[in-house]
Design a protein around this ligand. Structure first.
Ligand SMILES: [Mg+2]
Length: 111
């Protein structure tokens, strides 16, 4: 099997195809619930990396990735979940932003 390759200046669909390719190459689980658990785990790692980057109190004995590394882990599983549902993320993004633009964004009062 050819090694997965992400072309230069990729579009979102290229990332999604790359994730499909690495799933095959690495023999990753195709189970959607596994992906849900993994994105949750990676979000936790991202938040921990942010706490570290923002000098919040953390356990310095635990292994913590950098914010950029953990963001990529979350992105990989986000693409993976989109792929499982045959969702074109770029199209979904554009559609959802059209909905979001019509929403009224108000600040909540703070007392
Ligand atoms: Mg991670």
């Amino acid at each position: 099997m050819e090694k997965p390759f992400l072309k230069k200046n990729p579009q979102l669909k290229d990332y999604q195809q790359y994730i499909l390719d690495i799933e095959k190459q690495r023999g990753l689980s195709a189970d959607i619930f596994h992906y849900c658990l993994m994105i949750g785990e990676e979000l936790g790692e991202l938040f921990k990396a942010i706490r570290k980057a923002e000098n919040h109190q953390i356990d310095h004995n635990s292994k913590i990735g950098s914010v950029d590394e953990e963001l990529v882990d979350v992105f990989i599983f986000l693409c993976g979940i989109a792929n499982k549902f045959n969702i074109d993320l770029e199209k979904a993004f554009r559609n959802k932003e059209e909905i979001n633009k019509k929403r009224v964004w108000k600040k909540t009062k703070t007392s």
